[in-house]
Design a protein around this ligand. Structure first.
Ligand code: SF4
Length: 393
């Protein structure tokens, strides 16, 4: 079991990075103060007790929140009166099989594919991009859309950037599309848009979520006001929180207070980064390049307006228009029986956890992932596996 919030441990980030000053370090550690963390946890327990039913259940919709919760051992600190459920916050995990198939089909046809490292192992109908690479396809790992465009500049080959990520990452893709990329560069978008999937999760049969912890980095782009309509429609509070331990605990405390008081509204507990309006410049770029459309999120459901696709005016940069992508030949491969056991979708919908899966840590591990949740560093199964593999990590 990881020791929670040991400010002197490497996990608490005490190793000073190059260029960081003592003042930077001290500021960072203030958000990891063990005494304050314990006080916040006690306050959460008190408030949940006042709600009068236990446990109170809330959901976070961001893999980065789950990473912080696991890394700092916060589940040992969060009282049993509060159930913090993981939601669909991993963009790699929700990339659907047909989207992976499109990338694999292109790769098998000799088109050079560039994508984020996590995307290479995500299984499609006939294996992953990594499998295609092993069979001789050209697949490059990149760290950004800009790097994929650079790759295209250095070659005459067609380079397709298989783009994944939520609105935060889509902004970076949009900037490259608007930045006059080379003629041999195009984008196969698997970008997703978070607000619509919150609607789906809130309405799922069996859902017991009483409030949402929203991701601070996405809200930095979108602004916190974007959640107001959701709150109106569903009567559930939303609290925007950052990623340091005290950010998360303070966000959870505010969320439980809103639940106790029956006053659903949006509260921003990450004001050092998030404003009501967000980053207008980034939003303009995002919506100039992308439009929303409905599509399946792997294992969850069809999410109306949950996918981001390039607008018609960017057809020359859209790999789906530029190439005739035939994925039907991949459908001859029957999915493995192990794949059918995977409960990744239920985990992302908040109705199961990794330990409910009989394959967790056995047939399914980071080197041999069966489902997408074990692939990405933001996938719940991968995070739990990395930090100890049990619910109290
Ligand atoms: Fe799917 Fe693997 Fe997670 Fe099981 S452990 S739910 S197979 S990703």
């Amino acid at each position: 079991m990881s020791a929670p919030l040991d400010a002197g441990s490497p996990a608490a980030g005490t190793a000073r990075s190059a260029g960081a000053t003592l003042a930077d370090e001290a500021a960072e550690l203030r958000f990891r103060d063990p005494g304050r963390a314990r006080a916040l946890a006690a306050a959460i327990d008190r408030v949940c007790g006042q709600v009068g039913r236990a446990p109170v259940a809330v959901m976070h919709v961001c893999g980065s929140h789950e990473q912080s919760i696991a890394k700092f051992g916060l589940r040992t600190l969060i009282p049993r009166s509060l159930d913090v459920i993981m939601g669909p916050g991993c963009p790699v995990c929700v990339t659907d099989v047909p989207e992976v198939d499109e990338a694999v089909a292109l790769a098998q046809d000799g088109v050079r594919i560039a994508s984020y490292g996590d995307m290479l192992k995500v299984p499609g109908s006939a294996g992953s991009l990594s499998d295609a690479q092993a069979r001789g396809a050209r697949v490059d790992v990149v760290y950004s859309a800009a790097q994929a465009a650079e790759l295209a500049r250095d070659t005459d080959e067609e380079v397709v950037f298989f783009a994944s990520g939520f609105e935060t990452t889509a902004v970076a893709t949009a900037a490259v599309v608007l930045g006059n990329p080379p003629a041999n560069f195009s984008v196969l978008s698997a970008h997703k848009y978070i607000p619509p999937v919150m609607e789906i999760v809130a309405e799922m049969p069996g859902a017991r979520v009483e409030g949402f912890l929203a991701a601070g980095h996405a809200a930095t782009i979108t602004g916190w006001a974007i959640f107001e309509r959701f709150v109106e429609r569903h009567g559930l509070p939303v609290v925007v929180a950052g990623f340091e331990p005290l950010d998360i605990l303070a966000g959870l405390l505010t969320l439980t207070e809103l639940i106790r008081d029956g006053t659903p509204r949006v509260v921003n507990t990450f004001p050092r980064c998030v404003t009501r309006e967000g980053n207008r410049n980034a939003q303009n770029q995002l919506w100039r390049v992308f439009r929303t459309t409905g599509g399946r999120w792997r294992g969850i459901a069809h999410v109306p307006n949950g996918n981001l696709r390039l607008r018609d005016e960017f057809a020359p940069v859209d790999a789906r228009r530029r190439f005739d992508i035939d994925v039907r030949r991949l459908w001859d491969y029957a999915p493995s029986q192990l794949t059918q056991v995977c409960v990744c979708g239920d985990i992302m919908a908040g109705i199961a956890s990794p330990v409910d899966c009989p394959l967790f840590g056995k047939e399914c591990a980071p080197d041999t992932p069966v489902g997408a949740c074990m692939v990405s560093t933001e996938g719940t199964c991968r995070i739990w596996h990395q930090y100890g593999g049990h619910p109290d990590l």
